[in-house]
Write a protein that binds this ligand. Structure first.
Ligand SMILES: NC(=O)c1ccc[n+]([C@@H]2O[C@H](COP(=O)([O-])OP(=O)(O)OC[C@H]3O[C@@H](n4cnc5c(N)ncnc54)[C@H](O)[C@@H]3O)[C@@H](O)[C@H]2O)c1
Length: 310
């Protein structure tokens, strides 16, 4: 009699509910903290976040630019028949640890007491200065914003979460035998925008401080991921290649140098073009989703059209 061939299929196959195996990218009931929220990349990421039902706490340097962002998001919701979500605005210099701490602690007060468990950290900037001419104070400021700012926002958000931990003495399913709590925040996911510049050296423009700051962000993500996995807090990076935001498109179209620079960049991109901001939505939603990426932490997702392959 022919033997039944099951290969790797278990002898007693189970048939889970669809919701157990097909990921959901909905973020209803969550507050996502978005830094650099007035920026070009954040513009599209915020639209995706509200479309998935997330409330937003928007942080950037100037309140006026955030008010503009909120108005645009409100219009976006109306035009797309999206149920409006709470959007709070916070003027914040991400390189100021005390300011970041104070603001993060205040966020639940504007969102029905919900402690934010999702972070999309885009705040950052680039300077194109020759290494031998780089003024120390300028380089320090860039590192303070791009690298230390990344640490500060993650620290403040994790502190707020950990303050909510309840220590139980009894050995139960969520207490390790050492007495340490097992992961308590399986929904917590921090997504930091790194850059391919943390992996390669861009050319022809010089930007050593930016490159080193982004290399630091990628390793910070791994360090925090390893340390906080025991709490259930996942930390990942998305490293974009060149993005055609409204700002970069304008810079490129306004000057012959801009057009020449764009040609140099594009010649080095296997896919042969710059990215559109919407091309980062998928990786962001994947990393934020508990059901899609519960086993992904410390990862640096490079979304660069293949730039780092050559
Ligand atoms: N645009 C690209 O081609 C590209 C490529 C790779 C990585 N990135 C990274 O993506 C992220 C977003 O880039 P973007 O193109 O949207 O840039 P952007 O300049 O449009 O947006 C960045 C935002 O960060 C804010 N910001 C700057 N310093 C801050 C501070 N000290 N505190 C709080 N907010 C501050 C700015 O006000 C701005 O709104 C950045 O981290 C950038 O390094 C961009």
């Amino acid at each position: 009699m022919a033997q039944e061939v099951r290969s790797a299929t278990p002898l007693n196959p189970t048939f889970p509910a669809l919701a157990d195996i097909v990921p959901s990218f909905r973020l209803d009931g969550h507050v996502t903290v978005v830094t650099g929220a007035a920026g070009g990349l954040a513009h599209t990421l915020c639209q995706a976040l509200v479309s998935q039902g997330s409330q937003l706490a928007l942080l950037d340097l100037k309140l006026e630019s955030l008010e503009f962002v909120r108005k645009e998001l409100e219009l976006f919701q109306v035009q797309n028949n999206i149920t409006p979500v709470e959007i709070s605005l916070w003027a914040c210099d991400i390189s100021n640890a005390d300011e970041v701490e104070m603001i993060v602690k205040s966020i639940p007060g504007s969102h029905q007491g919900i402690v934010p468990q999702k972070l999309v950290h885009t705040a950052g900037f680039c300077q194109n200065i020759n290494a031998h001419e780089y003024d120390a104070a300028k380089a320090q400021m860039l590192v303070n914003v791009n690298l230390l700012g990344s640490l500060y926002i993650c620290q403040s958000m994790s502190r707020l979460l950990l303050a909510k931990r309840i220590r139980r003495k009894s050995i139960s399913s969520d207490v390790h035998e050492s007495g340490e709590m097992m992961p308590q925040f399986p929904e917590a996911s921090f997504v930091l925008i790194g850059s391919m510049s943390g992996l390669i050296v861009n050319t022809p423009q010089p930007q050593c401080a930016y490159n080193m700051s982004k290399a630091g962000v990628i390793h910070l993500v791994k360090s925090l991921a390893a340390e906080w996995a025991k709490y259930g807090i996942r930390v990942n990076a998305i490293s974009p290649g060149y993005i055609a935001t409204a700002l970069t498109k304008k810079v490129i179209s306004l000057s012959p140098e801009g057009a020449a620079l764009q040609k140099e960049w594009i010649d080095r991109i296997p896919i042969g073009r710059m990215a559109e901001p919407k091309e980062f939505v998928g990786s962001m939603l994947y990393l934020l989703s508990k059901s899609a990426s519960s086993y992904t932490t410390g990862e640096n997702m490079v979304v660069d059209g293949g730039y780092v392959c050559w």
